[in-house]
Design a protein around this ligand. Sequence first.
Ligand SMILES: C[S@@+](CC[C@H](N)C(=O)[O-])C[C@H]1O[C@@H](n2cnc3c(N)ncnc32)[C@H](O)[C@@H]1O
Length: 205
Amino acid sequence: MMDHETIKRAYAILSPVYDFLFDKVFYPGRVAAINLLEIQPGDRVLEVGVGTGLNLPLYPRDCDVTGVDISEGMLRKADERVRTYGMTNAKLMVMDASKLEFPDNSFDRVIATYVISAVPDPVKTLLEMRRVCKPSGHLVILNHFKSDNPIIGMFEKLLAPVCTKIGFDTELKLMPLLERVALAPEQLHRVNLMNGWRLVRCINP
Ligand SMILES: C[S@@+](CC[C@H](N)C(=O)[O-])C[C@H]1O[C@@H](n2cnc3c(N)ncnc32)[C@H](O)[C@@H]1O
């Protein structure tokens, strides 16, 4: 398990090449995830672990997007993207996802893409996402979770050493995680290459 300082160092190194590695292959999941948020005009949206902001151009312009991340290196790239796209509705903040500095019920929509297995404490992070999301708000998570499929399991094993190097927990399972934070999937989809990533929407109780 990586601590925050190690994560910051890892993503400072990764940030210049992140878009090259994580843009194209993971793009279908991004589009599906933003669509699943079903953002309404005027909604306040929080993106946790926004990284270099690859999702930012996908948000409608008539909502307010706040992106938080622990890595300043990743946020610098996100900031460049905000400027490039002239996104006056987007705000970026350095913040730990497991200690969100927002009052309860601050957002209509909360999303984390390719993040929940990359944070040191997925349970705390999800509890924080729940806390800052309004009741009946949408929580969307897009991530790879440990599969029960033996073929995908084989690929997971092959990729595990690389994944753990950049802080991904390859053992994380979706349903036990959701149960621990008292969330139930309202919609569940499979996306990206070989349908290997799970896209889940929960309605905040
Ligand atoms: C694989 S990247 C995903 C970035 C982005 N969500 C995307 O879809 O491309 C994981 C991100 O989680 C961030 N992260 C890891 N631990 C975090 C924490 N405790 N709080 C906030 N962000 C964190 C990393 O800095 C990194 O930007």
